[in-house]
Design a protein around this ligand. Structure first.
Ligand SMILES: Cc1cc2nc3c(=O)[nH]c(=O)nc-3n(C[C@H](O)[C@H](O)[C@H](O)COP(=O)(O)O)c2cc1C
Length: 402
């Protein structure tokens, strides 16, 4: 057969000149974005994103918890119009999920927090900027905006903490999320093996690793130096690296009294992230917190800890129907979100999924990750016979089997 004859039979696709667009065309699922990001990241960055604590039992358990559950769909219902909108912390969100706080985001792509914030804003969902952000919280709010939440670590230096809270308030952050599962930083074995540091330090191992990823290196060098942007001044004054500075700031003495102090300082929605115990959730509700995030930090802190999903029905039972419960750790698909909502969550957070998108294709990659999860959730709900988030919550118990 001649080429001209073959052309008549198959439509030849025009080559796509844009590399990110080419990447995204091949990506159908979050796993595809993950693999695309892996190809772009040096081993140190990949290990930092993917790693869990110690033996990574909880990291695996987070996924297994979702995979071990079954959905029980209702058939022959009119599911023409599925509505994914819901309310998160008292404001409408286009989707029942928000983007979780992640540190050092500009390491994954020079677009960093700005790129993530734009994608979240354009999708109509909240984004939580981390204390460990590599872009100043004022810059994310001023240049991008959207429904921004700020994640807080209570550091040894309480003056810095008060300062941060005031800066977040002044910049228009709508909610404050206090992370409570980090009295010390977990042991990330992959980081130790990879000699991973921030800023990246040059050893024989890391030079070789970076040489294999020239695009990532060029991307990194194109941006401002990676630092702890919210504390560039304080970090600059210490002789140690950024990571050591941060590790020393985690404070094992943080207690419920600090939470009460923060409640006094922050009048807007206050969220506590990083507990899994029903008693802790009930106590948080009692001291006037507006919501909690059941989380084991994506398996990065205490290893062997239960998957938050395992605790969700019990926590819901304990705090009652009205209290706002969010959950994260291990959500990779729309059907995972459906499971969490059916078991009693009002919404979920995702961490690594949007970092994969960011690594794969910057802002467009984050947008792709959000859109994949939204479409999967919409399809799952349609196939389950439910058309709204409220219906999913109300009929939940009947829709899931262990
Ligand atoms: C690379 C990375 C950095 C993170 N940094 C923070 C952080 O600065 N503050 C925080 O509260 N949680 C942090 N987390 C935890 C996330 O907010 C979230 O709890 C976790 O990623 C959810 O699990 P998932 O990645 O399976 O979705 C981080 C997680 C990852 C993967």
């Amino acid at each position: 057969m001649r080429l001209s004859e073959a052309r008549a039979l198959v439509q030849l696709r025009k080559p796509e000149p844009d590399r990110d667009e080419r990447t995204l065309r091949r990506c159908v699922t979050i796993e595809d974005l993950q693999h695309a990001a892996w190809r772009r990241w040096p081993a140190g960055v990949r290990g930092y994103v993917e790693g869990g604590a110690d033996a990574e039992v909880s990291l695996a358990r987070n996924r297994a918890a979702y995979q071990g559950l079954g959905l029980v769909p209702s058939t022959l219902r009119d599911v023409t119009d599925v509505d994914l909108r819901t309310s998160l912390l008292g404001r409408e969100s286009a989707l029942p999920f928000a983007l979780a706080p992640t540190g050092y985001t500009r390491l994954m792509h020079t677009g960093g927090e700005r790129a993530v914030a734009r994608a979240a804003r354009d999708a109509g969902i909240p984004y939580t900027v981390s204390t460990m952000a590599t872009t100043r919280l004022e810059d994310v709010a001023g240049e991008v905006g959207g429904d921004l939440w700020f994640q807080l670590y209570v550091w040894r230096d309480r003056g810095l903490v008060r300062d941060l809270i005031e800066r977040a308030k002044a910049s228009g952050y709508r909610a404050l999320m206090l992370t409570v599962d980090t009295p010390v930083i977990g042991l990330r074995v992959r980081d130790a093996h990879n000699g991973f540091t921030i800023p990246p330090q040059l050893s024989a191992l890391t030079v070789l690793d970076m040489a294999r990823h020239p695009r990532w290196c060029a991307n990194l060098l194109a941006g401002a130096p990676i630092t702890f942007a919210n504390f560039a001044r304080e970090v600059g004054r210490t002789p140690e690296g950024v990571m050591e500075f941060a590790a020393k700031q985690f404070d094992p003495s943080v207690s419920w009294e600090d939470l009460a102090w923060i409640r006094g300082l922050w009048k807007g929605p206050l969220v506590v992230k990083g507990l899994v115990s029903p008693a802790d959730a009930a106590q948080a509700a009692e001291v006037g917190v507006d919501a909690v995030v059941l989380s084991n930090h994506g398996g990065r802190q205490l290893d062997q800890v239960v998957a938050p999903l395992q605790m969700l029905p019990e926590v819901r039972e304990r705090v009652g129907d009205e209290f706002e419960l969010l959950i994260d750790s291990g959500i990779r698909r729309g059907s995972d979100i459906a499971l969490a909502l059916a078991l009693g969550a009002d919404g979920v957070l995702v961490g690594r999924p949007y970092l994969y998108g960011l690594g794969a294709a910057g802002e467009r990659g984050v947008a792709a990750a959000i859109s994949m999860l939204a479409q999967e959730l919409g399809r799952a709900m349609t196939l389950m016979g439910v058309t709204t988030v409220a219906q999913l919550r109300a009929e939940g118990a009947a829709l899931v089997r262990y």
